[in-house]
Design a protein. Structure first.
Lengths: 118, 112
């Protein structure tokens, strides 16, 4: 299994440009999520999905869109990049976690995308 | 709103010098408390899940414990390869799906 993969690893954008960060997992996980990590702020949830066709907002959703057309893929779209979106972005996946006390709650993270917006 | 506070922000140890990292949390019904390790330039790597007060889990030189208000990550006789940022996260029964709330982490440096 490749686990959780993310592309690209690095990206530089100009203010106002749009782009899509790709995330894929091959573990048949229902739950997928996007986080951003900034110094002094920790990991903050942007958007998440509990299954194909179902998405919801996290803590910091403004400026980002997501869709989930398949179980495997969960792309994150930046509509009009701003310098405040300069960050490291992580995708994560797990089973739905509805099994209560079980290992199904463990989230697996991708290697991250480092984004700079000029 | 779920909250997680980790201390200290940074910890520097000599090889073999045991210590503990703290994770204080507030959550509306704890579903699980998670510890992750993160190396520079990489994604967080899962270490432990704890579900109820009194529970303990061990992995090599690491031992995680849980009370109703906090969790400790004990590091016994650390080695330089244990140097990393350690992240704590909670999942509450009031949250949707597997949603996690993370602390800011403790950056551990172990000198040879």
């Amino acid at each position: 299994n490749a686990g959780v993969t993310q592309t690209p690893k690095f990206q530089v954008l100009k203010t106002g440009q749009s782009m899509t960060l790709q995330c894929a997992q091959d573990m048949n996980h229902e739950y997928m999520s996007w986080y951003r990590q900034d110094p002094g702020m920790g990991l903050r949830l942007i958007h998440y999905s509990v299954g194909a066709g179902i998405t919801d907002q996290g803590e910091v959703p403004n400026g980002y869109n997501v869709s989930r057309s398949t179980t495997e893929d969960f792309p994150l779209r930046l509509l009009s990049a701003a310098p405040s979106q300069t960050s490291v972005y992580f995708c994560a996946s797990s089973y739905s976690g509805l099994a209560g006390k079980s290992s199904y709650n463990e989230q697996f993270f991708g290697p991250g995308t480092r984004l700079t917006v000029l | 709103e779920d909250q997680v506070t980790q201390s200290p922000e940074a910890l520097r140890l000599q090889e073999g010098e045991s210590s503990s990292l703290n994770c204080s949390y507030t959550v509306s019904g704890l579903r699980g408390l998670f510890w992750y390790r993160q190396d520079p330039g990489k994604g967080p790597e899962f270490l432990f899940t704890l579900y109820s007060a009194g529970e303990e889990k061990e992995k090599e030189r690491l031992k995680a414990t849980l009370t109703k208000k906090e969790s400790f990550l004990h590091i016994t006789a650390p080695k330089p390869e244990d140097s990393a940022t350690y992240l704590c996260a909670v999942q509450g029964w009031g949250t949707s799906g597997s949603r996690l709330t993370f602390g800011e982490g403790t950056q551990l440096t172990v000198n040879p």
